[in-house]
Each structure stands twice: as structure tokens, then as C-alpha cells.
Design a protein around this ligand. Sequence first.
Ligand code: DHK
Length: 148
Amino acid sequence: MEKRVLVLNGPNLNMLGTRQPEIYGRITLGEIETAMRDLAASLAPGVDLSFFQSNYEGALIDAIQQSMDEIDAVIINPGGLTHTSVALRDALAGIGKPVVEVHMSNIHAREPFRHHSYIAPIAIGQIAGFGSAGYVLALRYVIENVLA
Ligand code: DHK
């Protein structure tokens, strides 16, 4: 049976490519999505990826709730909501699906307010600091260890 992975990106990640390239690099979100699709196609053609980015907390929560019956795992970079959103954490915990948290930058090496994640305790794990490779690593993990 086909497996589905929801890939969520929170506020400001639509600006990847031009936003603070010294921190986030020059790759765009579209290019990251292509790299993830390429990995899925080569590793697990039966795995379907759906992508959603929003600058709005509620829109992300709606997307999580609306897809809950159709997905097998979530890969999420919550952006700044990582450090603020109990509601996003509750939504992810509430659907009972495996979650992998991704960050482009090493949040633990940045400002102290970025060191805490509300999402990390309800995630399988967190990947931070590997730039766009983190998304691809997360997908590889999900395909080989969660969906297998
Ligand atoms: C992205 C953001 O937008 C920040 O608010 C986080 C995360 C870090 C990232 O590294 O991808 O603090």
C-alpha cells in the first residue's frame, strides 16, 4: 500500500534562497522539495510526498488535522514556531503519527531562545545544522525506519 509523508515548513521558510544566506544558504524551498522527491523516487517509488508551507500557525495546524487520516509520518521544520508554539506541538502529538523535526541551522549554536524546542519532546528525533541535507536525511530515515 502507498505510504504518505507530509512535509511541513513554517514561517519564513518560503524565503529560503534569499533570507540570511549566511545562515540558511542559497537553496530554495522548491529545490529542497525536488531533492526530497528525487530521493523518494529512487529509494521508495511507492512513497508519496505532500508539501505545505505557511507563515500562519493555524494554517499549519489545519493542514496537520486535515491530513491525519491520510499520512504515515510528518517531517517538519516549524521555523520560529519551534520555540513558541504549544498549539503546534499539541496538533502534532494529537494525530499520533511519527514526527521528525528538521532545522537548516544548528539551533543549539545560535541565540539561547532558539535552544528550546516545543516540538522535540514529541518527535522521534531532531536534525539541525546540516542545511538542506537535513530534509533529505530525515526522509531517508522515515523511509528506511518508519515506513518500512
Ligand atoms: C528556521 C527558522 O525560521 C528559525 O526561526 C529557527 C530554523 C531555525 C532553521 O534553522 O531551519 O530558529
